[in-house]
Each structure stands twice: as structure tokens, then as C-alpha cells.
Design a protein around this ligand. Structure first.
Ligand SMILES: NC(=O)c1ccc[n+]([C@@H]2O[C@H](COP(=O)([O-])OP(=O)(O)OC[C@H]3O[C@@H](n4cnc5c(N)ncnc54)[C@H](OP(=O)(O)O)[C@@H]3O)[C@@H](O)[C@H]2O)c1
Length: 297
């Protein structure tokens, strides 16, 4: 199977690397061509436009920032849909508002191609190892065509319903993780005056019942952040977290639900963004909070 990837950011790079490692023929396109360099060096092919990408492969995976980026890449004379003549299957793995997949499905189906949403849980590490969680929305017959591809990327492929259901599930998966970073900052502010070694603190918290798997995975980066050691690695940036939390709140409003903790955590992360954290890794949030929340009133 020839696979195309449009959107070679952090996740697109990781998924491309996984597929190349498994021997897939991979063609890539990215708005900023430089970011595809390592995949091209590893054997990926370059498509000059999204249209050319769609014309060259059987399946197109998109991994894009948000709804506007999806519109930019799928639409227009050089967009993915204008190259869909051979009817590839489109799989959008971006994290978006659940209102987007039904709308995109109609546009893809109008050009005679198949579409699935499959937003994913897990970050760069799981993506490179094929251990993501995939939440599929769409038709079972279309999923059957790409099931084995998705199983090479995901340790679980969960077909949770029709278009939009995958994105809704993804919001539910992300919500506790997002709020966790604020609770972690607050927990750390309680013990700040004990002046314990950050490595020891992260070890203890990650062993506790309240320590999510994420803390084990991101522990080393968090220890460095707490120790104020410079590390520019970004797995999930604060801007992406804020985008997801805005989507959660919009979804809750549509469904007449309240998310008070999400709302408060987002308010704090907006303040963090105002202090310049938007492009930084999520592990910087508790460090920022220690400088804010721990400040004597
Ligand atoms: N990072 C994670 O751990 C993670 C985990 C699960 C899901 N996700 C989701 O996966 C998606 C990608 O995340 P990421 O972390 O890989 O983000 P990223 O590194 O910021 O990459 C974003 C990609 O979108 C492209 N893009 C943005 N606006 C565009 C536009 N107007 N036109 C064309 N391309 C545009 C970027 O192109 P340029 O390179 O040209 O800017 C880049 O390829 C997001 O929806 C995110 O929520 C991320």
C-alpha cells in the first residue's frame, strides 16, 4: 500500500518514520518543506503539492494543526481533494472539533473518495512505536480497507461510531491529561518549600495512585524542567493543549454539560501563553505555575 502523509509536523514525522520502518512506500507533503528532511533522508518521496500527493498514493493520512489547516490542505486547485480522481482513502488523524469530520466527510465523498477520522491518543514516542490509540469515526467498510495500516500505527483501533464520534472520544481521552498539568503544578507548589530533588519528587508522584502513565513517560523531561535545565524538546506544546481545551468546552456547551475544572485550567494556561509558553512543551506548565501560584499573596 502506498501511503501519503500531509502535515509533517511532530506527529507526521513520527508516523512517517514508523511506516518507513515497516517498509511502506511513503510520500509526504508539508507546507514548510524543511520539516520533511529526515523522512526524505530515510527514503520517503516528496510530493510538490497536496494534489500531487493524493494522486500518487492509495491512502492519505493528514496530521494538521486545526480545522483551518485542514481546509487549507484539502481545498483549492492544488488541494488534496483536487487530486482524488483515483479515489484514495483519506484518514484525518488531526485533533479537531467533532463538528469537522461530518463536514469533511461530505466533501471527500462528493469527489468519490472514502474518508475516516482517526484522531489518536499518545504522542511522538508511541507514534514511532506503533502504540497509539486510534478513535475511528466513519463507515465500517471503509475502515476494513485500512484496518491493517491503522493497526501498524495503533495498539488499539477503536471504531466508536459515525463521523465526529472519534473526535468526541479523543476529547474525553485528553481532558484528564490536560487538567492534570494544572493539578501537578498545584501539588508541586505544596511541597516546593521542602526543596526536594526534582527526580525524587517525580519518582514518588509517578509511583502514586494519582500518577498517570504520562508522568512516567514525560518524567525525565519534567525533571529537567523543574531543575531549570535547558531542553528545547517539544512533544505537546501549550498551544495545542489550549486548542483541545477550547474544543472540549465548545463540545460541552453543545451537549449542555459543565466542565468547571477544564475551564479553570484553560484560564491558567491562557495566562501561561500570555507569558510566552505557547510554543513550549507541556512539562513547562508546572514550572510556570510554581512561579505564579506559589507566589505569596
Ligand atoms: N503532539 C502530540 O503529541 C499530538 C498527539 C496526538 C494528536 N496530536 C494532534 O495532531 C495534529 C498535529 O500535531 P503536531 O503535534 O504534529 O503539530 P505540529 O508539529 O505543530 O504540526 C502541525 C502541522 O500542521 C501544518 N499546518 C498548520 N497550519 C497549516 C496551514 N494553514 N496549511 C498547511 N499546513 C498547516 C504544519 O505545517 P508547517 O510545518 O508548515 O507549519 C504542520 O505540518 C494536531 O491536530 C494535534 O492536536 C498531537
Amino acid at each position: 500500500m502506498k501511503v501519503g502523509i500531509a502535515g509533517i509536523g511532530k506527529m507526521g514525522n513520527a508516523i512517517g518514520s514508523r511506516l518507513l520502518g515497516l517498509g511502506y512506500s511513503v510520500t509526504v507533503w508539508n507546507r514548510t518543506s524543511d520539516k520533511a528532511g529526515s523522512l526524505l533522508n530515510a527514503g520517503a518521496h516528496w510530493a510538490s503539492t497536496p494534489k500531487v500527493l493524493a494522486e500518487s498514493v492509495d491512502t492519505v493520512i493528514t496530521l494538521l494543526t486545526n480545522e483551518a489547516a485542514i481546509d487549507a490542505v484539502y481545498s483549492g486547485t492544488e488541494g488534496l481533494l483536487s487530486g482524488a480522481g483515483a479515489h484514495p482513502t483519506f484518514i484525518d488523524m488531526s485533533t479537531v472539533n467533532p463538528t469537522k469530520p461530518p463536514e469533511l466527510a461530505l466533501r471527500v465523498q462528493a469527489v468519490g473518495a472514502a474518508y475516516l477520522e482517526c484522531p489518536v491518543g499518545g504522542s511522538i514516542g508511541p507514534a514511532k512505536e506503533g502504540k497509539l490509540l486510534g478513535f475511528v469515526g466513519g463507515h465500517a467498510a471503509d475502515l476494513a480497507k485500512v484496518q491493517s495500516l491503522l493497526e501498524h500505527l495503533c495498539k488499539r483501533v477503536e471504531h466508536v461510531g459515525t463521523f465526529g464520534a472519534g473526535s468526541t472520544m479523543k476529547m474525553a481521552v485528553n481532558l484528564p491529561l490536560m487538567v492534570y498539568w494544572q493539578t501537578l503544578g498545584e501539588a508541586l507548589s505544596l511541597i516546593d518549600h521542602l526543596k526536594l530533588d526534582p527526580q525524587r519528587v517525580v519518582d514518588i508522584l509517578s509511583e502514586s495512585s494519582g500518577g498517570p502513565n504520562m508522568l512516567k513517560v514525560r518524567g525525565p523531561l519534567l525533571v529537567q524542567a523543574l531543575g531549570h535545565q535547558k531542553n528545547d524538546t517539544v512533544t505537546v506544546d501549550v498551544a495545542t493543549m489550549r486548542k483541545d481545551m477550547r474544543t472540549m468546552l465548545a463540545l460541552a456547551q453543545t451537549n449542555h454539560r459543565e466542565l468547571p475544572l477544564t475551564s479553570m485550567a484553560l484560564q491558567k494556561f491562557n495566562e501561561a501563553a500570555d507569558s510566552g509558553l505557547d510554543g513550549k512543551d507541556c512539562t513547562q506548565l508546572p514550572v510556570w505555575w510554581l512561579g505564579q501560584g506559589a507566589r505569596p499573596k
